[in-house]
Design a protein. Structure first.
Lengths: 114, 113
């Protein structure tokens, strides 16, 4: 079945460490890509999105993601994490012919230790 | 600015009882509306979506149904809840272009006992 895969279920880091979360999808054709974040007790929020153009996109709070079409990947990165980045992160894909519907990955819980 | 309201925040219901969760959007017109269920370790599963009043598409056969009686109102219902209906339900809206992705509500934690 076509899907969105996030490879890490739980990542534990120390402050100032670099973060990279993997996201792969199995849909062919043109896709729109998103990363969402859910801080403890808060709503899901949009971190960044990719529709077209420069495959390296920058989002809020110092996050960036790189779209690599040949690898069907959209990995999220942050060079130096802070304790406040502790959250759950979701990759989402709007596949072709799926109108406005998003398919989400299972999520990655990131815990940043002070 | 646009806002989305979802209630109640938590709900405990007995098996076999009915369900009605409500979601309303303010500050926009003709939004696309969505109901998702979030399960730990399994991400978000799309249950229903709607592109207009009375237009409902079901993604997964469920013991649930959805209705859109007004442009900015989306209701998730069940006639008889099952234990397996327990979960965290999220409402979301988007524009047609998806330019801003989805905006999510605060969610309803449903426990069926």
């Amino acid at each position: 079945a076509q899907s969105v895969s996030q490879h890490n279920h739980h990542v534990i880091l120390s402050e100032a460490a670099s973060l990279e979360l993997g996201c792969n999808y199995s849909y062919g054709g043109t896709v729109n890509l998103f990363w969402y974040v859910q801080y403890p007790g808060q709503h899901l929020q949009l971190l960044l999105k990719y529709f077209s153009g420069d495959p390296l996109v920058k989002g809020i709070k110092g996050f960036e993601a790189e779209f690599i079409k040949s690898k069907f990947s959209f990995n999220l990165r942050k060079p130096s994490v802070q304790w406040s980045d502790t959250a759950e992160y979701f990759c989402a894909v709007n596949p072709p012919l799926r109108d406005y519907k998003l398919s989400f990955g299972a999520g990655t819980t990131v815990t940043v230790r002070a | 600015s646009q806002t989305i309201h979802q209630w109640p925040a938590t709900l405990v219901q007995p098996v076999g009882s009915p369900l009605s969760l409500e979601c309303t959007v303010e500050g926009t017109s003709n939004p696309n509306l969505y109901w998702y269920r979030q399960a730990a370790g399994r991400g978000l599963q799309l249950l229903f979506y709607s592109v207009g009043i009375g237009q409902i598409s079901s993604e997964v056969p469920q013991n649930l149904s959805a209705s859109r009686p007004q442009d900015r109102q989306f209701i998730l219902s069940s006639k008889k809840l099952l234990l397996s209906d327990s979960g965290f339900y999220l409402c979301a809206w988007s524009e047609d272009s998806l330019g801003n992705g989805y905006t999510f509500g605060s969610g309803t934690r449903l426990t069926v006992v």
